[in-house]
Structures are given as structure tokens and as C-alpha cells.
Design a protein around this ligand. Sequence first.
Ligand code: ZN
Length: 995
Amino acid sequence: MLKVALIADAQQATYWQQFVDYEIHVTLDDTAHTLAAEMTIEYTNNAPESLDFLWMHMWPNAYSDAKETDLAKQFIQQGSKKLLRAGEDEMGSIYDFSFQLDGRALTWEPHPEYADVVKVILPAPLAPGQKVQLFIPFQVHIPSSDFSRLGHSDNAYQITQWYPKPAVYDKNGWNEMPYLNQGEFYSEFGNFSVYITVPDNYIVAASGDLQTASEKAFLMERAAATAEMESFPTDLSFPPSSPTTKTLHYILENAHDFAWFADKRFHVLHGSIELPFSGRTVETWSYFTNLQADLWMKSIDYLNRSVIAYSNYVGEYQWNVAQALEGALSAGAGMEYPTITIIGESPTAAALDNVITHEVGHNWFYGMLGSNEREYAWMDEGINSYYESRYMDTYYNNNPLEVFLGPVANVFSSPEILEKNTTQLSWYLIAGLERMNKSQPIELHSNDFVSLNYGLLVYQKTAFLMSYMADFLGQGQFDRVMARYFDQWKMEHPQPEDIKQVFEEETGEDMSWFFDGLLRDDRSLDYRIQEIQNGKTVMVARIKNLTDIAAPFPISLMHGDSVLRTEWHRGFVGLQAIYINKLGEDEVITELRIGTNGLFPDYNMENNNMRVKGLFKKTEPLALKFLLAPDNPEKTSIFYSPLIGGNVNDGFMLGLGLWNSTFPAPALEWVLAPMYGFNSNAVSGQGSIGWNMYPEEGPFDRLRLSAFGATYRTNPDFDGMWYRKLQPQLELSFRKPKLTDPVSHNIRARAVRIEESSVDPGSPFPEIAYESFTEWFSEVQYTVTNKHILHPYSLTATAQHNRDFLKLFAELNYDIVFSKYKIETRLFAGYMNDMAETPNLRYQYSLAGVSSLNDYLYDDILPGRNAAEGMWSNQITRRDGFFKLPATEQSIGWSNDLLLAFNIELPVPNLPISFFADAGYVGDVDTDLAVEVSGFQYDAGIMLRPINNILEIYFPLIGSAQLADPLAFNYAQYISFTLSFNTINPFEALRKLSL
Ligand SMILES: [Zn+2]
């Protein structure tokens, strides 16, 4: 222990950090939405080496270009078009700036990569211990608040990340970084003195202590008036600005950022608390408009309670004020700055408390413990979420979904939900993602996370892991360690190795399993009980660790469903026997469970329990559940739901949906949906069973082997007409080099067995006079899709075979995007080798989209399959030539040779209308069945697309001579439509989770 203490002292002694003091004078122009400012900074170099230059963050420039800045690139990568669509004056920038030393302007250079960072060259090296004072005038054009954190919404101003700020220089060197929406900050500590000039009737909420006595008196008056209000108007309009201005002075000591907000509509509330240990007074303020004033009337209580809670959990609040305001924000539900936080709209009062508490908590994990948020977001967001979750557990112990959903949450009342908190509920999703190879390590640069993972892993998974660690160490010990961490590192820049060191010194444990294992691996734990040997006084359990993280695990000795005892065991790698001493010979242990209390980060809980006796030690009892509940690892869950459906042939249908799939999903998933048709008086329906494998290494990240079966009637008048489909299938997804990569590659191979019955309608006994035919098809398909919003495309190449034909076809969909406009193009090329003696029209390519006649593999969901007339006969699907004409028309063009087609669609921006044009080539047809359409063809018209690619209605206006003239007779006959249910399969959506 002595040795450790010496190392710690040495490390503390060598720790240093820079200081930057600011004096800023800023004036708001609320007509032009600009800031004019003059700033003086005093930079103290405490590093052991000299500095030749300073990297300066000029973050308002993140909004200066819709494509080139890192912020813009992040929006594009995440599929957001908001900056691309922005008008010139909605953008933002910092301009007219210079860096002056003793009246001389210094040279500066742009950063080679980041558009919003510059390098300021110092005229002479700044030696260790020396200070330099720079005078920096600058102007800011404030962007719209629709994008990120800095912005204005009309006359409501969110002035954040707004002034030139030196990047942190620490033991790792310079930490310059561009502004990002997903990914936060890292700045030097120092003192702020800020003078803000605004029109008189603005209410300003800012970091630090207000020094202007007259303004303070005015705010107190306002607060007294607000406290008296019993109801609030709904008016959100802005009063005109006063012609005169006021200048407010704020001081904030030992902080690393300064933000301010101004709005003419704010109501104000004021409170104060005494800190638990020192008894020092902290003033609390909240500011809000009429928008959610009713919820905000309790905001001071939330502020007070959370400041005291965190002071108790971690250590005392260091500043004199704690504030929250309601305002426009486009980066999450709330955003923290030292002593002040901005909160967006809240669904419930509990959610407002939750977000205020989270943001107040950032005064500890970000504000006082100034870690590098960009690189180690878990150190602020994750640890903070853990304490936020503790606060919520203390003050709200109802259904955790109620915070977000309100009373609707009561629909979800399974014990798996009611007995959990938000963090534990999130674990179900996280474990699912981990199993599905969709997870990422927690300790990853913020910009490398897919956005779902940033929220789920950085916040919730870290919080979950912290609870698990506290469970292992004991809450008391955990709290003591965290208090020491706070005490040692407050007002400094702790790194991951620093918090690890504190944990190891204080507990005497090797904590690598946590800091180097769980935080850096994209999967958590997977322990398996292999075998149990039951002796008289000792029980031996062989446990296998299927990962290489040697993390401790709790094993519970069960009697039935009740826990007799839970023992912690230190982690190991590989297989180990653990010995459990029985308390007495009559202690009856019936089962062992690992991590049964819902706090254990095992992504595969299926192998965590085993019964001591019996033939089927691993068989789990059955649990039947309605609709939706997370997986219960101790039970085999089957879910059910009534189904209502219908189609022209079966008529109205009632049925029962049964499935075993939930989150996290079992490897073997099945769905069954039998339905009774009231027209056919028969059972139709479908089902599937699939085995999912997610290898951790190798070219594929998902393999799915499945079988699908379906049977439905094919004629409304003859029950004897039906089809049966059976489809064994193998799907392979190629592993992406990075999860954020927009390109994905997939292969599908399937065999399709189609059995169809047909009736001879001329027979005197049509109900029984049917026979059935069976055909086999095989197919291999390769798909590559790119979801990049600037150049999205998908390419599918297919080879299909049957004893009568070989078809090779490919389809390319490519969108050409210019700012607000885009052209959707589609290219189809198909070749067919028809080997049948009598060519079958059904197998041929169709120049129009495919209808039920050509859907010989029964891939499409067609409510009016085989309808010869009426609306359903005009349904087509996006396949083959996709001319926007009903495919049942004989004159549309069929080919068993060659078919080429080019389709374009021009959507009218902001309207569900598109223009379309199709051009195609139909090769020679060697059959007498087909009609004489061949050679070059075209059509064009207008389409309505209420739901893009799902529901579209086509109105052709012109067509080539060989296509029947749409306008010649009965026009309605030529209107076709697409109604695609295939794209809205919830099970597929759940499993493919395109992040
Ligand atoms: Zn946060």
C-alpha cells in the first residue's frame, strides 16, 4: 500500500494544467442576429515546455458551410439534411476577428482539416510559467437554432460555443477539435468576466454570478410575480425590443466555459439551498416561457433537490448559482454549461425533473471534473447517467416508462418492465445489439458512434456498468471511491487512467476488467454454467467464461424462484470450478443462477441458469405473454396477439399471432400467424422459423438460415384454389469495416417450392375437381446499398433458375440529389433463357411493374391476387420494367429474351407528387402467346406518392404507339398503383436495425 501511495503522490505532483482568463464585452443586435464582441484573454502556460502557437476554436464557423465543415459532414453521415436545406441567413459564422498582442496583429493559419479551428502563431515562444495577453475582437452571425446548440429562434437566443477559445493543451499535447453535434467538448479552466449588452426588455440567463445590482433587483421582482401566477397564457409571440439597452456584468470563477441566453418572454423563478456539508448557500434560478410554464412552476424544486442529491452522492457544488432554462435546442433533450443548463420540451413533469437533474449533474461530470468529453464521453455522460438514474430511483419508483410516456406506460405492465429502471430496461436493447454485432465499444471517439449507440452505450450502458460495479464493490465503498475521485480531480482534467487509478488505490482491486475490458469491448460478458455437482456439504459448479474479460460475477443459490443467497466470485478467463459451501445439510438448493438481479452485464443470459437435479437441467418453464415484453432469461417466452386481416380471396380473416422473438432475440426465432378466412371458410396464413448467427469475426456479421411457409386462397369463388409456398433460405450480411459506413453488402440464396391448385370451372363439381402442380425455383441474389444522403443507391443482381428457364437480371436505383431537388433513377436489365417447349407467359419479364400474374414466387403481398378486374387488378410492384401501367393488360409487353428499362421520377419538393418517365427495350419474343409489343417503348405521366415506395398511384399521360393509348378509351383502366406491405415487416425491421 505504501508503494502505491508514493506513486500516487508522484503523479499528483507532476500534474499540471493551463489557465485561461477571459474578459469579454459583447453586444447583441437582435435585428441582424449578430454579436459584436471584444475579448481579452490571459493564457498561462503551466506546461513543462514552451509553446510557439495556440490552437483556437472558432466554433461558430461550424455552421458556415452545408457540406465542408465537420459539423456538416456529421449531419450528412447521420442522414440529416437540415444544414443542406438551410437558407444563407440561417447559417452562422464568426468573422472580422483578429488576434492582437500589444496592438500588433498576430498571424494565424487555418487548420489543415477543421474549418472552425485556427492556429495563432505567437511572436515568441511562451516559456513554462509565462503568461500572454491577447486582444481578440470578433463578430458572430448567429445561426438558426434548428441545427445544434448555438442559435436563435426568432428573438430567443442560445449563445453557446460562441467565442474564440484555446484548445486544451495537456500531457497528451494539443486537443484541438472541430465543433460537432454528436460529441462534446474539452476546454481549459479559468476565470470569466463577461459584459453583455442587450435591449432593455431582455431577460438574460448566463453562467456565473450576476454583478449588476439593478438587474438582480429586477429579476427578484420578476420572480416574485411569477411565483404568484396560477395560470399562464398560451401566447408565445415576442414583444418589440426596447430602443434602449442595458449592460449586465457576470463573473464566473474556475470554470471552462461560459454560455448565455436571452429572451424577452421569460418568466423567472428563484430559490436557494444550503449545501449539506459546508452550509454554504447556492442560489437557484429558472427561466421559461409560456410554452410549458405549468411544468416549469416546479423547476426550482427539481434544481434544489438535484444539487443537494449530487452534493451528497459525489461532493459539494463549487459555484454560487445553479440555473435551468427552457429554450430551443437541437442537440438532445438538454445541454449543460457551467452553472446553467438549457432544457427542451418535456413530455411529462417527471421527464422535466429527469432532464434538469441530468443537466445539473453535468456540473460535476463535465463542469467540475473537466474530462475530455469528445474522446471519453462515458466519463461525463455515462457516469452522470448513473447518478441521474439513482436520483430517479429515489424519487420515482413507478413504471420507468411513465417518465417518457405518461399514463400510457401502464399498457406495458409486465414484471420485466415494472421491476426495472430506465438503465436496466435499456440493457435489454444493449444486449440485443451486442448479440447482433451492432454494438460498439463505450470508449470510442464520439464521432465514430452510430447515433443510436451514442445514446444507448455512452449513457445507458455506462450507467448500467457503474451499477454493476457498485453492486460488486458495495455501495458504500463505491461512493467512497467516487468521493475521493471528485476530491482529487475537481477543477482539473482527469483522464480514464486517473479514475482507474483512484478505484484501484481505494479498493485494492485490479480494475482492468472494467476500465480496459468492459469499456473497450463491443460485447459485455458471457458466463455459462456448464455443470453442477451436488455434494452433501459442498456444491461444485463448473463455469465457463466465453469472453476474455475476467469480470466478477454474482451467483445466486435458488430455492425455486426465491434467492437463498448471492455470492460474488472474482472473474477468470476460460473454465473454472467454483465451490459453494452449503449452510447445512438440510439447505436445499434447487438451481444456480448467474446475475439474476438485473444488474449483470451478460449479453447472453440464456446459459446463466441450471437446475441442480433432473433430466432437463436447462429446460426453462414456459411463459405466455401478450404482445410485447423484454426477454426473461429464466423462462421460455411465447408472445401472442389477436390478428385481423383480409384479402379478396380469403375474405375477412381473424387469427392468432404467436412468436418467440423479443429483445434480446433468441438464436432460434419463429413466428406463426394462422388465420381463418370467412369467405374461404378455411385456414390460411403463414409462418417462419429462423436460426440467427452473429459471428464475432470473419467476413459475415450475420448469417440467417430460415424457412418460410405460407398458404392463401387464390380465387374468391372456389375454395379449392390455393397456393402453398415453402422457402428455405440462407441470408448473409457482410461485416462493415466501420459501423458508421453507409454501404452494406448482402447475399441471399433460396429455394422456393410453389404448389398451386387449380379448378376446372366447367366441371359439374368445381369444389372437388381440382388438381395441384408443384414447381421448384432456386435463386441467388446479391445486394449492395449505400445510404449516404448525397448519393444513395442500391444494386441488386439476381440469378434465378427453374427446369424451364434461367433468368439473370439486375436492378440499380440511384438518386441524384441537388440541394432541394432530386431525380430518382432506376435501371433494369434482364436476360432470360427460356427452355420450355411451350413458353410460359407467367415466367416472362414484364415491361410494366409485376402483377399477381407474374408473381410466380408469391413474393408480394397482394390483397387482390389474381383479380381480373376492378381496383386490385391494377396493382403493380416495383420490379421488372416498372412502366407505370397495369401489368395485366395484354398489350404491355412481355419478353422471354431481353428486357431493358430506365425509369426516372422527379418529385415535386414538399408535395406528394412526382413526374415520371419510363423508357425500355423489349427483345424479340419467340412465342405466339405474347403480343406484338417489342423494340423501344416509352411512357410518362404523373404520380401521387402519399407514402414513398409504399403507396403510389400512377397516371400515365403519354405512351409509345405500341402501348395502348391510355387516353383512347376507359382511362381508369390504365391507372395503376403500388401498395407494398413487404417493406413494413416489424420483425425484419427489429432484426435489421439499420443504424
Ligand atoms: Zn448529458
